[in-house]
Design a protein around this ligand. Sequence first.
Ligand SMILES: *[C@@H]1O[C@H](CO)[C@@H](O)[C@H](O)[C@H]1NC(C)=O
Ligand SMILES: *[C@@H]1O[C@H](CO)[C@@H](O)[C@H](O)[C@H]1NC(C)=O
Ligand SMILES: *[C@@H]1O[C@H](CO)[C@@H](O)[C@H](O)[C@H]1NC(C)=O
Length: 406
Amino acid sequence: MGLQWNIAVILSSLLLFTSTTKAQSNVFNVVAKYGAKADGKTDLNQPLLDAWKEACELATPSKIVIPKGTFFLSEAKLEGPCKGPIDLQVQGIVKAPADPSAFKEPSWVVFSNIEHFTMSGGGTFDGNGAAAWGKKCAQNKYCAELPINLRFNSLTNAMIQDITTKDSKQFTVNVIGCKNITFLRFTVSNPENSLNTDGIHIGRSNGVNITNSNIKTGDDCVSLGDGSQNVIVHGITCGPGHGISIGSLGKFQNEEPVSGIRISNCTLTNTQNGVRIKSWPASYPGSATDMHFENIVMNNVGNPILIDQQYCPWNQCNLKMPSKIKLSKISFKNIKGTSSNQHAVKLICSSGFPCQDVELADIDISYKGADQGPATSQCLNVKPKLSGKQNPSACSSPAPLPQTAS
Ligand SMILES: *[C@@H]1O[C@H](CO)[C@@H](O)[C@H](O)[C@H]1NC(C)=O
Ligand SMILES: *[C@@H]1O[C@H](CO)[C@@H](O)[C@H](O)[C@H]1NC(C)=O
Ligand SMILES: *[C@@H]1O[C@H](CO)[C@@H](O)[C@H](O)[C@H]1NC(C)=O
């Protein structure tokens, strides 16, 4: 009896022992286990890839920890498919090389082909981008070759929360081919003079939710490219920046339709534009439908409400040919505040494909430099349905001739 009892105790403590070590082995700390150093110069690349490889092999949920401290990271590609869910805890600051020519590809940190990926921890991805912002990007390839801070390629069921990304050399975050990805309490912090540093760019993805986040940048705070479907942007503060944009659309062949976009409860401050939809004239065909902008506060914003189907920066197109992008089912509701230019509301639609089913409800935007008169509203190839307050008086000013704006 006594022996059996002893064996039972030994066996159960053995079981307990193996189950606790098993639980611990699902946590991969890059410093404790893989030789990473928070000295700001030892490359985190190999320790992070080693931790990723082990975590990715586990069928049970695992966690990779980048603890507090400053880590240098040359670049990283974290790829699936993985056998189980992975949670990446970034508590420290991860810093990129300053020299733009240190990158072979236009990416710094890439996550791809992963299901059930989560990232949190309050840490920061610092793109160290100041050296990249000096050159003009418009007509040369220089900007397109600069690294994007974070890429999320083909992720399914992902959650990114309490993460900061700053000083990106190019776009800050690029989301492509994703299904069900949420950004919660996400921070983008780039200076106003950083060129082409869109905050979060989305394309060809279904089910994207950006909630309660703060974006300061030198380009669009959020931009939605072709194939953006079922996107929610809620509770965002934007500024400095170029506003929240759908498009530009129609520049390339075979673009996918945009549909199901809800932008709500956002505040834009000192931005170049407010909420806008833009497409290129002389464009390839395409469509964007079911796009709604609601409860937006504008503080000193240029072009607070803008549909621009004559989008043609740097005269790169033929303005005489209309855009072939069909825009429909668009609403702007409860949009209030101040405009820094007189044209507070501009709905410039294509002569080839007039906008269908556009609604303006409860608009109250005043022009800050009121010495030149009140705010104006211009419409071209669109007859919006109106309700509630309309300040400026809807479509009351003559539509402009084709012009070249950026
Ligand atoms: C979306 O992804 C989140 C995060 O992984 C997950 O909790 C949620 O269940 C997913 N939603 C659907 C509908 O699969
Ligand atoms: C978007 O994400 C937030 C934060 O997780 C959540 O509260 C909200 O319900 C989500 N909205 C949708 C429609 O999934
Ligand atoms: C969004 O804004 C509207 C109008 O200001 C407000 O009534 C509503 O409660 C807000 N919604 C959320 C979820 O904050």
